[in-house]
Design a protein. Sequence first.
Length: 399
Amino acid sequence: MNDRSRRNGERREPSFEPARENYERDDGELRLSAEDRPYRGGKNPVAPRQQPRRQKTEGRGGRRPRRKGRSFFGRIFYWGFVLGLWAVLGVGGVVAYHAAQLPPIDQLTVPKRPPNIAILAADGSLLANRGETGGRTITLGEVPPYLPKAFVAIEDRRFYEHFGIDPIGLTRAVVNNVTKRGGVQGGSTLTQQLAKNLFLTQERTAARKIQEAILSLWLERTYTKDQILELYLNRVYFGSGAYGVEAASQRYFNKSARSVTIAEAAMLAGLVQAPSRLAPNRNPEAAEKRAQLVISAMADQGLISQASAKGALIAPAEAAERTGAGSVNYAADYVMDVLDDFIGAIEGDVTVLTTIDTKLQASAETMLVETLNAQGAKQNASQGAIVSMAPDGALRAPI
């Protein structure tokens, strides 16, 4: 040790064991770094330089790593959730707006069906219907079971399973329409069709479809499935002024819906898709083709047996010809002229039993036509009339 190592009376021992990083290598020799060497030429040694303490960092070059962002799929999920939430809020607002345009739910009632006046002959057979609907109401218990089943099979096969709106049926209809399988199909349930017939117009707009869905939910909550089906069968339009299955059966087959065959029931069920285009008295080929589709659907769904389906396909339904329409209308018009004097205002369906003898009426009409054809020119007569009455004054055959 020498005097150079003394400073201000204090002795500082030089470090002979510096840290490894304080060695300097030069030509194979180890030397103390400048920081560990005593200051030469001054009294005070050089204080060792303090190295700033560095925080432990990760990444290249000692840079602070960036915050890890969301993955690609994470971003998709996030924005999908945000957009979905806004979509739900938007749809909810639209639904609420259109729901507000409807009457309050607690005040909503099914409108009364316009009354029908059924005019019967003396033997109980139907002479004519008068009124806006063209036929009286009928219950499910009055018709054969395959009649309502025909409508369910072709119009709404999941009728007894859905809640008024059928997402599965709607999806199936869209797929079938895109793939052109089974012809053009609609996605409306029987309940939706009934809601439209009862409360709404026939326009096809998004607003009307929203209101239709709301009303369908109300119908499902208020009525049983069988009640909804019965309402549907009595309100749906079949063309030619016939509203309801009874009016349609009388119009196209000259019989009550209580006595239709499977083939006739299938033709009626197929008719509601397009009444003007599928009317059996106007387009029998199209009506029969549609009826075959209904029969096949009933068999496929187990609503009728394969044997019954085969029999219905072999013996298709045919529209009946309307006979004696002129003279029957004369009798019906006379009844309507005097009905107000007997019952006054009409609030519901009315059945009027007359004294008309249908066989006598038909015979008298045939005789009158033959007489006019044979002697009309000679007598300069183009029209004629016959009134047949019983001794007690009962009207039997007005021609």
